[in-house]
Design a protein around this ligand. Structure first.
Ligand code: AMP
Ligand code: MG
Length: 480
């Protein structure tokens, strides 16, 4: 088999950064689902059996590769030393017409030199979560790794319980993490670090200078986190080894979409102190950037690195305001917008509205009438006249009048940016339960819904929320 055209470049880096590995294919694998990326990456010429066999590590295509990469990281604020791709194997980089350079990586095909105590496996439960959420985030316009395929094997994996083995095939221009730089820097590998910087700069930042690149990384990180905040997404494990240099949402573990708005929401059961709580994410982004910038201290002066880092809060705020202006349907930029947004977030925290449902309802707000908040009265009978919601709406209405906002136009625009559907944890659990029971239509059906989250999909409307109290606000453990 000889297509598509591979052009592997990560493996041109010094050998310090990767190891050749032999995948352990899943037993009697089936291709549970695949995305449109099969076509975009030039893999559609393969038969389904050939595709599955290649993605499962059973067969080779001319020019492909099998490598795992070496990276380190700070986990929960503590230097963790070498980590690396403990269960991820890169199958090759391809050049596509539509998406430029893309790398294809399988997660769950067994042990690698970086597996440490792990078994190199992934369970169906977390593979479905990563597979669907990455595609859902992309549809929401949030930078992320993409998903190509989901495969299921017959082998058993031991976690708290015995579970099905599976693998997610991910796609990204590059998975380079903050931790790749940390690995080289903290091992004193100066020439390797320089090679990595040169590679990243020339391939992924248009040959920008080192400082320009750091500025761009900071900006992309700030933007990604501002977008997370705007949909209530909590990553759960914002360790530096999970931070992409390209500002892509990477490594979906115990993530969660917040339901009842709560700034202190913690989605990861293991995060007892709330280091990665919803409201902490922007600050953690800056802390992580500082860990990255340290790795450049032989090349850029300390003063310049600090000066650059200190621009992060303002960059983050700019992205946040821009995002919320769209969510609120505001066309003009006005200096008082930040206060309006802050008041909104305070009101949401006080009223604990379901954040997806609130913005979707607000998208239908018209004639300055509280009753126009679609479906709101049904779910929050007591809160419509609550002073804080009513007070904020009065302020919002005044702001709308200032710019002569037209209700119907604003509503159309807002319905295109405030999703009706996000991958709520109980929804993910339902899809997992169905798929585990062999009912794969749920996966295919929800894939379609999550790829078009701004459409109405009335047949599954109850999942737009708010959910009944026995279902909502579930948190997950790290086990995957
Ligand atoms: P994560 O918390 O998933 O970002 O993983 C942190 C580190 O643990 C990375 O180096 C992973 O590759 C590794 N890891 C996680 N799960 C496994 C596993 N089942 N087998 C081997 N390595 C793993
Ligand atoms: Mg990780």
């Amino acid at each position: 088999m000889s297509f598509p055209a591979f052009e592997n470049t990560f493996s041109t880096l010094p050998p310090f950064f990767f190891e050749e590995v032999a995948p352990t294919p899943l037993k009697n694998a089936t291709l549970l689902h695949q995305t449109e990326l099969v076509r975009d990456l030039g893999l559609e010429a393969l038969t389904p059996a050939e595709l599955k066999s290649w993605l499962n590590g059973e067969s080779r295509l001319t020019g492909d590769q099998r490598i795992s990469t070496r990276y380190a990281g700070h986990q929960f604020g503590v230097w963790a030393g070498q980590l690396g791709d403990g269960r991820a194997i890169s199958l090759g980089e391809v050049i596509t017409q539509k998406m430029g350079r893309q790398e294809i990586q399988a997660k769950g095909l067994g042990m690698t030199p970086f597996s440490r105590q792990g078994d190199g496996k992934a369970v169906l439960r977390s593979s479905i979560r990563e597979y669907l959420c990455a595609e859902a985030m992309d549809a929401l316009g949030i930078p992320t790794t993409r998903s190509l395929a989901l495969i299921l094997g017959e082998g058993a994996v031991e976690r708290e319980e015995i579970e099905f083995e599976a693998a997610t095939i991910r796609v990204f221009p590059s998975q380079i993490r903050f931790g790749h730089f940390e690995m080289a820097f903290h091992s004193g590998k100066k020439s390797e670090l320089k090679a990595l910087i040169e590679y990243t700069r020339s391939r992924f930042f248009d040959g920008a200078s080192i400082e320009e690149m750091l500025h761009a990384v900071m900006d992309k990180t700030a933007r990604m986190i501002a977008l997370w905040q705007s949909v209530g997404f909590c990553h759960g494990v914002m360790n530096t080894d999970n931070m992409s240099i390209l500002g892509l949402t990477l490594d979906y573990g115990p993530f969660g979409f917040m339901e009842d708005f709560n700034p202190h929401h913690i989605c990861n059961h293991s995060d007892r102190e709330g280091r990665y709580a919803y409201s902490e994410q922007p600050r953690v982004g800056m802390w992580n950037l500082e860990r990255l910038f340290v790795c450049f201290s032989d090349l850029v002066t300390r003063e310049r690195l600090i000066a650059l880092l200190e621009t992060y809060p303002a960059r983050f705020q700019t992205h946040l305001i821009e995002t919320y202006r769209k969510k609120l349907g505001l066309q003009e930029e006005r200096p008082e917008d930040l206060e309006l947004i802050e008041a909104l977030l305070e009101m949401l925290a006080e009223c604990k509205f379901d954040c997806t449902f609130f913005f979707r309802s607000l998208s239908r707000y018209h004639a300055g009438s509280i009753e126009s908040l679609a479906g709101f009265r049904d779910h929050y009978p007591e809160s419509l006249e609550s002073s804080s919601l009513a007070r904020w709406l009065t302020r919002y209405q005044e702001r709308l009048i200032l710019e002569g906002s037209v209700d119907s136009e604003r509503s159309a625009q807002m319905l295109g940016v405030n999703p009706k559907f996000v991958l709520r944890n109980p929804l993910a659990q339902e899809i997992i339960a169905n798929t585990s029971a062999g009912k794969t239509e749920a996966l295919a059906g929800w894939y379609q819904v999550l790829r078009s989250p701004f459409q109405e999909h009335p047949e599954v409307g109850t999942w737009a929320g708010p959910l009944p109290s026995n279902l909502k606000n579930r948190i997950l453990s790290c086990s995957s």
